[in-house]
Write a new protein. Structure first.
Length: 99
């Protein structure tokens, strides 16, 4: 294998690992709720992948753009899931207090 092939393989593997970081969290949030995940971590991750996305656009690098756009979608899904989970918890607590 040439050096260029190794670079491509390493870069692709790194992009896949980074992009899929939040997938296990999203699945766990679906099963167990989102209480243990912090908004600060999610927002920081989102800002990071958005900056990498902008960098990929500036460098005209399709792999960087695709992997970070996917990562941003996962981060937004986690933030949305956490928000919905907390909203449901608040409404259930309010209902139980009234009864």
């Amino acid at each position: 294998m040439s050096v260029e092939h190794w670079k491509l393989l390493i870069g692709t593997t790194a992009a896949l690992c980074s992009t899929m970081t939040l997938l296990p969290q999203l699945l766990k949030m679906r099963r167990c709720g989102a209480r243990d995940l912090s908004y600060q971590m999610l927002y920081l991750y989102l800002v990071g992948v958005l900056l990498w996305l902008v960098y990929g656009m500036m460098m005209h690098s399709i792999p960087i753009m695709i992997s970070n756009a996917s990562g941003a979608c996962l981060a937004i899904a986690c933030i949305s899931r956490k928000w919905k989970s907390e909203k449901n918890d608040r409404s259930q607590n309010a209902t139980s207090i009234r009864v």
